[in-house]
Design a protein around this ligand. Structure first.
Ligand code: ADP
Length: 487
């Protein structure tokens, strides 16, 4: 049995702002059949502390970076996740978003809050909790980036360390003057250490010190080696190329199952696709567009940001409508995009519908009723909505980047002849190629048999956590070997 301590600032179903929470929440269960036992170290936010079942105090830290004494509580959540929670009210007793104050700005002490998470991870990794031996400390994103550094810099025997990048755009930069406060030795302030552009880089430190590095798709693993995608860390990653692997995320196929999904007007499977018509009608009604039974119906379920290419989609809308298509949007974000899409519902009344906001059940209904989902992201480490689209027969139309490139097979003529296409890819990511991809989807949709086969192939793809979990298990074994060699 390999013992892994997963270190994360978010964890589904307790606290979530993005895909990181889903991965941290799903991996432990998926790894159990692989002979890997995971305990998850999380900050004691109110939502975490109140969810912890039968907590036991397993350690006390009198001086955690100069603050008051801190307790570690162990327990289960939702009957299955095994947690260690840092009970440090001065750092984590703040409701709502884990990173942002109520006014929407970062908490001013985020550096200390997540350095503390990382330091506690290293202490547990080196024997703080009696009777608990850790083989691998697995840190997620910059919030856990200093954990591999604390381990490596301790000078004591240590477990292996793995660092996973979910989005390299977030890096956790702190001023050099904090070195002492963060309990980092002076000699670590070096290009071969925690130093990053004149300050302390938490993600940089993790990428430098971890035995192995992963990211959430093989293509993103290649992309972040380039200046365009590496956001300043590409040089370091190129140097560590041999230790970097990309593992695509899975999805929870119990929550996302069209045969049992309670958010749908009609459940269905690959043999009963005609039942999707009922969902389609429900979508059209809910989004206030014509109950057109034949138009190719496109959707997007997304944050409205530059990363997601929603400005391109906005520009492509008139052509989509001209081709006879309909479009519905569920999203929130950039105010300019929100008002643009809202105006489009008036300009293209009956053909374009929008709901601005976050609505989990509606996101299921759109996947279950629309013909295709548009995902023209400029970069996408993994992406989940294309995986839901595959599982629901909502054909993904995606930018050829990151995890989108790795999970959707373009239904070009050759692929169709071989019976392998599952969606439509577009490249480069601009308005012209997005319009071409939409036109290609409209043509595919006209040929009902071809389109149905496309949907069915997507639905038969393996998108669960099974395969990714197997790869993580192999990676842990590899990291343990590497750490032994290094130690
Ligand atoms: P990212 O994490 O970059 O936002 P992903 O595709 O990895 O993108 O994950 C987005 C997740 O959030 C998916 O589960 C998607 O269904 C969900 N989502 C995004 N926007 C909305 C929304 N407005 N309403 C409901 N769910 C949404």
């Amino acid at each position: 049995m390999i013992e892994v301590l997963s270190v994360t600032s978010e964890l589904f179903p307790l606290i979530k702002t993005g895909g990181l929470a889903d991965v941290a929440g799903a991996l432990p269960g998926a790894l159990a059949p692989e002979g890997v036992h995971v305990r998850t170290l999380v900050p004691g936010y109110p939502a975490v502390r109140s969810a912890l079942e039968k907590p036991r105090i397993v350690a006390r830290i009198d001086d955690l970076m100069g603050g008051p004494a801190v307790l570690l509580a162990a327990g289960k959540v939702a009957g299955s996740l095994d947690l260690i929670v840092i009970d440090a009210p001065h750092l984590y007793d703040r409701p709502g978003n884990p990173y942002l104050a109520p006014d929407g700005s970062d908490w001013p002490d985020n550096t200390e809050r997540f350095a503390a998470l990382s330091l506690v991870a290293a202490m547990i990794g080196q024997g703080l909790v009696a009777g608990y031996r850790v083989d691998v400390v697995h840190g997620h994103d910059w919030q856990a980036g200093l954990a591999p550094a604390y381990l490596a810099l301790s000078g004591k025997p240590r477990p292996a360390s793995v660092m996973t990048v979910h989005n390299i755009a977030f890096q956790g930069q702190a001023p050099a003057t904090m070195l002492d406060a963060l309990r980092l030795p002076a000699h670590s302030f070096d290009v071969n250490g925690v130093e990053y552009y004149g300050g302390i880089g938490a993600l940089k430190a993790g990428l430098h010190y971890a035995d192995r590095i992963t990211t959430v798709s093989p293509t993103y693993a290649e992309e972040i080696l380039t200046p365009d995608f590496g956001m300043g860390l590409d040089g370091l990653l190129r140097a560590r190329r041999a230790d970097l692997v990309g593992i695509v995320n899975g999805i929870d196929d119990a929550v996302w199952n069209p045969a049992t999904d309670r958010s749908l007007a009609a459940t269905y499977d690959a043999r009963t696709l005609e039942r999707r018509a009922k969902n389609r009608l429900a979508v059209q009604k809910r989004m206030g567009i014509d109950a057109d039974p034949d138009a190719p119906l496109f959707c997007a379920v997304t944050r409205l940001t530059w990363q997601k290419g929603m400005d391109l989609l906005f520009e492509a809308l008139p052509q989509l409508v001209e081709m006879g298509g309909q479009f519905v949007l569920l999203g929130a974000g950039d105010p300019a995009l929100e008002s643009g899409f809202t105006a489009a519902t008036v300009h293209h009344a009956g053909r374009v519908g929008c709901i601005m906001g976050y609505d989990e059940p509606l996101s299921h209904l759109l996947q279950g009723g629309c013909d295709a989902i548009l995902i023209p992201s400029r970069f996408e480490p993994c992406g989940l909505t294309q995986l839901y689209g595959l599982r629901y027969g909502c054909v993904p139309v995606v930018a050829r980047t990151g995890g989108l490139a790795d999970t959707v097979i373009d239904a070009n003529d050759a692929a169709l002849a071989d019976g392998v296409g599952t969606g439509v890819q577009l490249s480069p990511v601009n308005v012209d190629s997005l319009v071409s991809a939409i036109a290609r989807t409209v043509r595919l949709h006209r040929d009902r048999d071809t389109f149905r086969a496309l949907q069915q192939r997507g639905m038969s793809r393996e998108v669960s956590w099974k395969r990714p979990a197997h790869r993580y298990a192999a990676l842990y074994a590899d990291a343990i070997r590497a750490a032994r060699k290094a130690g």
